[in-house]
Design a protein around this ligand. Structure first.
Ligand code: SF4
Ligand code: SF4
Length: 369
């Protein structure tokens, strides 16, 4: 089983707490090289709703997202001289040269992109206009994969541990985002202290109304840009590389201090979720989730989905008659006994765990799932 660290940039290996050396099941359902959300590789046909094709485009996959790269990861990309990173480096250099969304803390999405992203519907995985600038559409590959940020490191379209897996990875994203914010601020404090001391690292929220520069995807007016970067203007690449060196030199104790109490709390939540994602416990009584969607398949089977429209479970059609027996009124073992006596059928523990993880069956005692 891979470790959690295996999913993250190697820079973090000596920095993150020992918990990250622990195992996490490989997300084998997210078959990225033959994308599980694209029509060609999909075993279950996902029906169109409102005329929208449910499959992802092969030339975007799930990379209809613009990452927010912290300064030290930008520096790591620029410092990696491996020829395999040449295209990623080139794209980052191009970004810096254009100067849009480029500041001492991040290289982030242009404001116009953010507006399009937040105002679109059913566009994730399907809109060319939202394709990531680091995505190589011909090969279907990420050109900066070794240094991908919090969102890209933790997103999967399907999870081996279903809803529990999604919760784990999303909480890891929260923790990683905190780490990215604090590490990038730490580098800023060494290289450009006024940026933090004058609160410019908190200026992210002001994205509306859009300026003329925003609408045309143009950089800030020259004077504003120079003020933002002073005294590093013209030496942005060097600034990013130095940020990387600063973060690389941190010890794990110093890193822990940077994360403070918020880091401790998030890590404790993460540890709990890790347990449910790796060692699931079946509740005493289960009921068929009334919110689960059921789709009959052409071969007579059924596809059931609940926690995510992207992750359905396929079962033989006959299984439905067994599932409806789970009403939550009696313990799981009693239902199984009755099924064996009355229907000469059973649902094995592994199947029940899978259905529970996908929240097709839910804990009858829990208030809401
Ligand atoms: S995670 Fe993305 S690339 Fe991988 S299989 Fe899912 S949609 Fe495709
Ligand atoms: S950085 Fe890479 S993984 Fe993230 S959205 Fe872009 S191409 Fe996809």
């Amino acid at each position: 089983m891979p470790s959690i660290l295996d999913s993250l940039p190697t820079l973090y290996r000596n920095l993150f707490p020992s918990f990250f050396q622990g195992p996490i099941p490989a997300e084998t359902k997210a078959t990225c090289s033959s994308c599980a959300m694209c029509e060609a590789a999909n075993p279950i046909r996902i029906e169109s709703v409102d005329g929208v094709n449910r499959f992802f485009r092969p030339d975007t996959k799930c990379c209809t997202y613009h990452p927010r790269l912290p300064n030290y990861l930008v520096g790591a990309i620029l410092s990696d001289e491996d020829p395999a990173m040449a295209e990623g480096r080139r794209r980052i250099e191009e970004k810096i040269a254009r100067g849009v969304g480029v500041n001492p803390q991040w290289i982030k999405a242009p404001t116009r992109y953010n507006l399009l992203y937040s105002s679109s519907r059913q566009a994730f995985g399907r809109a060319e206009a939202l394709r990531c600038p680091y995505y190589e559409s011909k090969g279907g590959l990420c050109t900066i994969w070794r240094y991908r940020e919090a969102v890209c490191s933790t997103y999967f379209c399907k999870y081996v541990a279903g809803a529990d897996g999604r919760k784990f990875w999303m909480t890891l994203k929260t923790w990683l985002t905190l780490a990215e914010i604090q590490l990038s601020r730490y580098a800023l404090l060494q290289l450009l202290p006024d940026y933090v001391l004058k609160g410019k690292d908190k200026a992210d929220a002001a994205t509306v109304p859009l300026t003329i520069e925003d609408l045309d995807d143009k950089p800030l007016p020259e004077k504003d840009y120079a003020e933002l970067w002073h005294p590093w203007v013209g030496r942005e690449a060097e600034f990013y590389r130095r940020s990387y060196e600063i973060v690389r030199a941190l010890s794990s104790d110093e890193f822990e201090n940077l994360l403070g109490l918020d880091g401790v709390v998030e890590l404790s939540i993460l540890k709990r979720l890790h347990e449910s994602a790796t060692a699931p416990k079946l509740p005493k009584s289960l009921k068929l989730n009334p919110s689960a969607t059921i789709q009959w398949l052409p071969d007579g089977g059924i596809a059931l989905a609940s926690y995510s429209e992207f992750d359905a479970v396929a079962l033989p059609g006959a299984a439905y008659a067994l599932l409806v027996e789970f009403t939550g009124k009696e313990p799981v073992e009693a239902v199984r006994q009755r099924l064996r006596e009355e229907k000469q059928a059973d649902l094995h523990d592994d199947i029940l765990v899978e259905l529970y993880r996908h929240r097709i069956l839910v804990d009858a005692q829990a208030p809401q799932q």
